[in-house]
Design a protein around this ligand. Structure first.
Ligand code: NDP
Ligand code: AKG
Length: 526
């Protein structure tokens, strides 16, 4: 049975008291209201649009679309400030954790610290995690956590208190554990917070032999994996590099293949933005000509030196004033209107109607043939529709930023087995390589020192994590492009990468549900 997008969309519009108008595109119908849906509604719209192209039972689709569970709680911490009686002021904090899908356990997804976090955002992000994990064959359900604080306004001591108190709440609600739900870094959090989380968890559950796998993105000393910090940015680079390597795709956008000498603009210079820019420059030979941050953007048409900028940023807390570029204080989003580039890389922009108002109407046709969603959900359905209608290829977040969760998966595997990758076989591989070199030399083959090193060197944990990440990103892109081609053949219309990635993910999740025996695919009932 071909399912129409109408059901979900009609319900959504009804909830907003908007008359339903059948349309080939859910997002186009929504834009007629002049009002953007919420982030979670947008993810539902994307889901509906894609699921209409699948052959799954409607009730199963409705079921796998829903967020399975969401908890919210408040807790208090004693802050640094004193009241007039010399007591530490108590600060009340609201927090969430959503588990979108229990079709596979544990649930997996980062924790966001931001004053703008709310239930809608956490549900949307958890839902995206399910589809993301499915696209890259990471066997987890989706989850996401959020704490409503502004980490820039808190001391390290306060942040530690918040993180430990949040973890205690997760333990109390059974929302954390290596087989239940495994958090990781997201906006506003990093390895430091993950260390506090695992330390708190281990303190309460010291006899959990797999306990180190209760959170990923930890520092190495706390059971982390080499390469997790840069994994999301590296995955973005691998994904875009592969896309740029397809002659027929690049021909469509009128550019030569490869990343060399391509110009890109990056919005956000945090973990994801910085590492992506770094890899584009160092490995891809591309020029990062502009970078936007909260307080403005910097521009150098010959390319910005990313390691130098990072040093400057760490020392000054801002990219503004970086000597080797022009600093422009304005709406950072306006940089996306600039020169013609390969891609506008959105590495922080959160879901907001502002994108629709600021960028989408103004972006020139072909100014940037790609808009790459390194951030989660930066585009509203209307912005998405506008960019699509201009022929701009949107590289979807549920594929492009999956590098983080892929390497988190490797970290989790490492924690379950309690052994560093490569520890058992590295020396053995090296001695075998050495024997091969010796035999080649004995038979008179000339080998340079560099060649010898490449044959002999055994893989480190970092090498293995990176190679697993590269393989996953490449393989998943092949799957998405194959899905896109199949859908285009079936529907005889253009199908976006986002729709293709969602269809791929929905098929995988639905198939798990069928195989588990909870649903009969031939029946109309679940
Ligand atoms: N970290 C990860 O492994 C993963 C992250 N993601 C997604 O990537 C995105 C970025 O995450 P991440 O890099 O980890 O976050 P970070 O917190 O490390 O970095 C965000 C950066 O962007 C800056 N920023 C905030 N608001 C704006 C703005 N309006 N314009 C420009 N810059 C701004 C922040 O500045 P300031 O410090 O002043 O706030 C900070 O420097 C998020 O959508 C996240 O969900 C996706 C997959 C994995
Ligand atoms: O590393 C992880 O487990 C999840 C990262 C994340 O939150 C994301 O991909 O959005």
């Amino acid at each position: 049975m071909m399912r129409s997008v109408a059901g979900g969309l009609r319900r959504l519009l009804a909830a907003q008291h908007v008359p339903f108008r059948a349309s080939s595109s859910a997002s186009r119908a929504m834009s007629t209201t002049g009002q953007e849906p919420s982030f979670y509604q947008a993810v539902e719209i994307y889901f509906d649009e894609a699921s209409a192209l699948t052959k799954h039972n409607e009730r199963l689709l409705d079921d796998i679309k829903e967020v399975d569970s969401l908890i919210s709680f408040t807790f208090s911490i004693e802050g640094d400030k004193m009241d007039d009686q010399g007591r530490r002021v108590l600060t009340k904090i609201k927090a969430y954790r959503a588990q979108h899908s229990h079709h596979r356990l544990p649930c997996k997804g980062g924790i966001r610290y931001s004053p703008d976090v709310d239930a809608d955002e956490v549900k949307a992000l958890a839902s995206l995690m399910t589809w993301k994990c499915a696209v890259v064959d990471v066997p987890f359900g989706g989850g996401k956590g959020g704490v409503v604080i502004d980490p820039r306004k808190m001391s390290e001591r306060e942040l530690e208190k918040v993180t430990r108190a949040y973890t205690l709440q997760l333990i109390r609600h059974n929302y954390i554990g290596p087989g239940v739900d495994v958090p990781a870094p997201d906006m506003g959090t990093g390895a430091r917070e993950m260390a506090w989380i695992i330390d708190t968890y281990r303190g309460i559950r010291p006899d959990d032999v797999s306990g180190q796998g209760a959170v990923t993105g930890k520092p190495l000393e706390m059971g982390g994996i080499a390469g997790r910090t840069e994994a999301t940015g590296l995955g973005v680079y691998f994904g875009l590099r592969d896309l740029c390597g397809h002659p027929e795709i690049m021909e469509k956008v009128g550019l030569p293949t490869g990343t060399k000498d391509k110009r890109i603009v990056v919005q956000g210079f945090g973990n994801v933005g910085y590492h992506t820019a770094l890899f584009f420059q160092q490995r891809g030979g591309a020029h990062v000509i502009a970078i936007a941050e909260r307080d403005g953007y910097i521009y150098n048409e010959n390319g910005i030196d990313i390691p130098k900028l990072k040093q400057y940023f760490d020392a000054n807390g801002s990219i503004m004033g970086f000597p080797a570029a022009e600093s422009i204080v304005s709406c950072p989003r306006s940089l996306l209107l600039g020169d013609s580039c390969l891609t506008a890389l959105l590495a922080v922009l959160r879901y907001s109607a502002a994108f629709h108002q600021c960028i989408a109407p103004l972006t020139h046709k072909h100014a940037h043939p790609y808009t790459s969603n390194a951030a989660n959900g930066p585009l509203t359905p209307t912005a998405d529709t506008i960019l699509n209608s201009r022929g701009i290829v949107i590289v979807p977040d549920l594929y492009l930023n999956a590098g983080g969760v892929v390497v988190s998966y490797f970290e989790w595997l490492k924690n379950l087995s309690n052994v560093r990758f490569g520890r058992l076989n590295r020396r053995f591989d090296e001695s075998r390589g050495q024997k091969i070199v010796d035999i080649l030399k004995q038979t008179g083959v000339q080998i340079t020192a560099e060649e010898e090193n490449r044959i002999v060197r055994g893989a480190s944990e970092r090498d293995l994590a990176e190679s697993g990440l590269e393989d996953t990103m490449s393989d998943s892109l092949v799957q998405i492009l194959r899905q896109q081609a199949e859908l285009e053949k079936e529907t005889k219309t253009n199908v976006s990468l986002r729709v293709a990635a969602f269809v791929l993910a929905i098929n995988k999740v639905a198939n798990v549900r069928y195989k588990r025996g909870l649903v009969n695919p031939a029946s109309s009932a679940i």
